[in-house]
Design a protein around this ligand. Structure first.
Ligand code: ADP
Ligand code: MG
Length: 380
């Protein structure tokens, strides 16, 4: 049981401001993800919570109690780092049970220790490895042992710093699913750091997006994906990244359309969006995700605009089709077996129900249609 609160936390290293005026709260049992590019301040934030760093200014509370001056050992948090350090001369069992042998834990007696280690090892699928040494394990197995060592302690808070970032893509995918399952069983507050947007979206109850030491947005995965607070957030959550283009609102017989990519897009701007754009004038930025655009290689299709194939990049299971409109490019997600040749005409269907509108100066979120459901489409 633990809730956390960070209030106006700032931490500098000489001239570098690692985090500035951070404010967020983590609820009891929440799986809270800190997301951001390298150098954003994620690890510094975890270290403040763990007590390894003292903030220069601001307050950190756990269960309502001010923690700034509480020693790390007295905080009842467990940290899992990307660079897991296992004792090489000890077996998996000895590695996992070592935290239970500290005088701080309430577990005593070898039987009780063995029961606890076995429970966690079964949860992580490593029960058959307990007598091996780290050198006899794969990377993925070692990572599980490191996780296991944090989990046996039953702390109030787990802090995980990119715990699966260095695993290969396939293993990461598998571990992501397992972490999700584990999260349901753990019943503990977890703060999980990652720079992988899919990991963030699929694991988190809520995500805090950090950039250059500051929080840009805190929200549920659906809020972050469908209502990104800024263009930066929109660009971080998706691969290939969202298309963002300059647009101009035009009135045609009382209906509002967008002129972008050198033409008027034949899809009405939804009424509820028009209401929200009224105050900002004609010029806006329009974001459309590559998986929200359809394309057609033959036959005239109603409602499309016509561009030219620029290039096609097969990327694993999917491909990215780059389509040119004058000197602007549109990225479209396409099946990996798509057959196209450069300069071939291509018809593109853009639905303004899917568009995300941003302010062209501040690059802040303005509006998105409320007609469409928010259906966690990133999982597809
Ligand atoms: P992240 O984990 O998001 O990659 P960090 O919290 O590690 O980011 O770092 C945030 C900023 O603070 C970076 O500019 C980094 O270089 C700086 N920084 C972090 N730790 C130290 C340190 N111990 N000494 C000096 N600068 C540091
Ligand atoms: Mg880090």
């Amino acid at each position: 049981m633990a809730d956390l609160k960070l209030e106006n936390i700032t931490k500098r290293f000489k001239k570098v401001i690692a985090i500035e005026n951070l404010n967020f709260e983590v609820k009891n049992n929440e799986f809270f993800v800190l997301f951001g590019p390298a150098g954003a301040g994620k690890t510094t934030t975890l270290n403040i919570i763990a007590g390894i760093y003292t903030p220069d200014t601001g307050r950190f509370y756990m269960n309502g109690k001010l923690m700034n001056l509480v020693e790390p050992a007295e905080r009842n948090v467990a940290m899992v780092f990307e660079n897991y350090a296992l004792y090489p001369h000890m077996t998996v069992y000895e590695n996992m049970s070592s935290p239970l042998r500290s005088p701080m834990t309430h577990i005593t007696g070898e039987e009780n220790i063995r029961r606890e280690v076995t429970r966690v090892a079964e949860m992580l699928g490593i029960a058959q490895l307990l007598e091996r040494r780290p050198s006899e394990l794969s990377n993925g197995q070692r990572q599980r042992v490191a996780l296991g060592r944090a989990l046996v302690r039953k702390p109030e808070v787990y802090l995980m710093d990119e715990p699966i970032a260095h695993l290969d893509a396939k293993l990461r995918h598998m571990m992501r699913a397992e972490l999700k399952e584990m999260q349901a069983k753990l019943n503990a507050t977890t703060i999980y750091v990652t720079h992988d947007y899919l990991e963030a979206l699929s694991l988190a109850d809520r995500i805090a997006v950090l950039n250059k030491g500051q929080i840009v947005q805190v929200g549920t995965p659906d809020e972050i994906y469908y209502r990104p607070a800024t263009e930066f957030v929109a660009e971080c959550f998706g691969d290939p990244a969202i298309n963002i283009h300059e647009g101009e609102l035009v009135n045609q017989n009382g209906d509002i359309y967008v002129r972008m990519l050198g033409q008027v897009i034949p899809s009405k701007v939804p009424g509820n969006v028009v209401q929200k754009l009224k105050a900002v004038g004609r010029n806006i930025h329009v974001g459309i995700r590559p998986n929200d655009i359809q394309f057609y290689l033959d036959g005239p299709v109603a409602g499309t605009i016509t561009g030219k194939v620029y290039s096609f990049e097969p990327l694993g299971a999917k491909g990215v089709l780059n389509v040119s409109f004058g000197n602007e490019l549109l990225r479209i997600k396409a099946p990996v077996n798509t057959q196209v040749t450069p300069d071939q005409p291509i018809q593109v269907l853009i639905n303004m129900e899917n568009a995300i509108f941003f302010d062209c100066e501040k690059r802040h979120f303005l509006a998105r249609s409320e007609q469409l459901g928010e259906d966690s489409a990133w999982l597809n």
